[in-house]
Design a binder for this molecule. Sequence first.
Ligand SMILES: Cc1ncc(COP(=O)(O)O)c(C=O)c1O
Length: 445
Amino acid sequence: MTDELVPEDLKKQYSKEEILEIEKEHLAPAVAHYYEDPVLFVDGEGATLKDSSGNHYIDLFAGICTTITGYNHPKYVATIKWQAERLVYTSSMYATIPYAVLVKRLAKIAPVGLTQSFIVSSGSEANEAALFMARKYTSNPYIVACSRAYHGRTTLARELSGAGWRTVPESHPPGVRFTPYGYCFRCHFGKEYPDCDFECARYLREVIRTQTNNAIAAFISEPIQGVGGIIQPPSEYFRIVHEIVKEYGGLYISDEVQTGFGRTGEKWWGIQHAGVDPDIITLAKGFGSGIPIAGFITSPEIARDFTITDAFATFGGNPLSSAAAVAVIEIIEESNYLEKAAKLGNEFKKKLKTLEEDHKLVGEVRGQGMMLGVELIRDEVTKDPASEEMVQVMELTKKRGLLVGKGGLDGNVIRIQPPLELTSEQIDKSCTILDEVFSEIEKKM
Ligand SMILES: Cc1ncc(COP(=O)(O)O)c(C=O)c1O
């Protein structure tokens, strides 16, 4: 294949202004970019992105916690090219090698017993499918989700998303119930860890007993909430909740769309740190490291009643996405990302903790591995969310060549979820920039 065959319009060196103009005219206005003066990225390498003016940025957000293998990873690019030259698409009505190889690899890295996968294209779709399957398996309509969660943008997934996304009053799917998440920095019950007796976790029993038919289809939760603001409950939270879910006949769904594929360090899946065995794991984002692919993994027993009319998805398991995902799994293994995320994550967190000591703007640093959060507050006593200051952090870090994400119900949490290609030097530089930016903002507070 030669470059001459690529459409000229794609190869044209558009200016940022021209691109923003085209978007203004033809893109739904809902598609909003980060930053007052948005960036036009044209290239990248490792954990670095390059914009149309040739400026380089350390990327601590990986798109949205997605490009786990970084940019232009040679093996990833070679695999996609190789597969594109052979077979980009046929449906799962026909067998293909990449789909079969992928589900075999997934079974190997999944927790014991979860050997059956179903592949789709987005995290929302994966959660919908998993919840549908759980309802069918248990013959029960009730699903319990956690406060401040985000599970996607389809109708049911959105209904489950307490992170400020439940904004369609006219269409509330039935059977959804909520329980508090373990958010120790702002405890739902005004208690303090570890003297709290985990009231947040135990409250699930109250929810089930008073708001369901004394049984549930599923409990769905993220091991660390991403969109919600990198909130990580103590491990006991998950163990207690898991026990209650089992007591009432439900399936435990671990939404690993953000925490999966080694991001939390040492283990493939975030929930494994709590020692809990989920019944279903849902996947997306880092799964394809940028190529759209998502899905779930479960046991043969639970997958049993999931039939073709429940399962068909036009793009699910297509050869190109499947091949890319196989390359991602292999890169994670060959580059020891699991160990690296743990080691560099600890290093990063330690440095951020120093910033927490030095800056009154920083209320709490939390998270694990390469999934870290910095919650910004205006006042140590009231913990008033520093949402305006967070906007300034975004602008000032960008000016200095650093990209961070934003999360939390009040938009006051810095999300650090970089490609796992990030280096120690980039961590040092990022912390220096954050230090400078916090000082600059604090001067005006
Ligand atoms: C935890 C979690 N679940 C599900 C989703 C939905 O994934 P998608 O945007 O691919 O539909 C997201 C997206 O941010 C997510 O963070």
